[in-house]
Ligand binder design. Sequence first.
Ligand code: GUN
Length: 291
Amino acid sequence: MATVIDGKAVAQTIRSEIADEVRLLSQKYGKVPGLAVVIVGNRKDSQSYVGMKRKACAELGIKSFDIDLPEQVSQAEVINQVHDLNANPDVHGILVQLPLPKHINEEKVLTEISIEKDVDGFHPLNIGKLAMKGRDPLFLPCTPKACIELLQRSGVSIKGKKAVVVGRSNIVGLPASLLLLKADATVTIVHSHTSQPESIIREADIVIAAAGQPMMIKGNWIKPGAAVIDVGTNAVDDPTKKSGYRLVGDVDFQEASKVAGWITPVPGGVGPMTVTMLLKNTLDGAKRDIE
Ligand code: GUN
């Protein structure tokens, strides 16, 4: 049976380390880290993610700046807000929740965020540095960073290993593959046009699943002893639940946990760590500015 990686527990440990550092900064310099979270529109999933981010800030003593804009807001107005936050010395991190409504160009908005405050790590300059050997981005994207942190803290070595990333999104799959490459893994990306993904996944010592497909990865797709990090957060109907649904990952946990060496559960794996990495990025940005 696999070791189940308890993301909630690891996240809690890191959060208390961050809270200590926030206190120190406040005592020494009379300043606290500030994170601006910008949300446009009323998407339920985005509102729930943003709510978790803002709540976590409050718990750790990080000041959160809440910018809630209506669905119909113009692109120019969103960019104006970003410029104001760039100029605000109390704001050390700016996060624009994605996806944005269709009439707003995501790339244009993300490019306006100051790279020193780009705690999501989605600015083209930060992503570009991530893609290049020997260059260090100012911030790493939170979910990929969470995956690597969970591997490292579980004692899984990455160097020289075969890693397969399932999915190539800008938010998770692509930056996760770049991070694994930086950590000297041999990386393959499997995506919706890959034929026979199972035969490629079966070769992997490390699997990062970020396809957004409920339980697509079966137990017999996993190499015995592999480390499996499941980023999927898929709601599936479940009439036995009061809410009418439950969350499942991209991996069939029941089957895969009998084969893998390590595996993250959903929920309670990568999710709590993603928010924690955002808080860590905000703290790091504040330290660079204040110290
Ligand atoms: N939407 C889904 N995940 C993310 C994330 O990590 N950052 C932002 N800004 N939007 C998201």
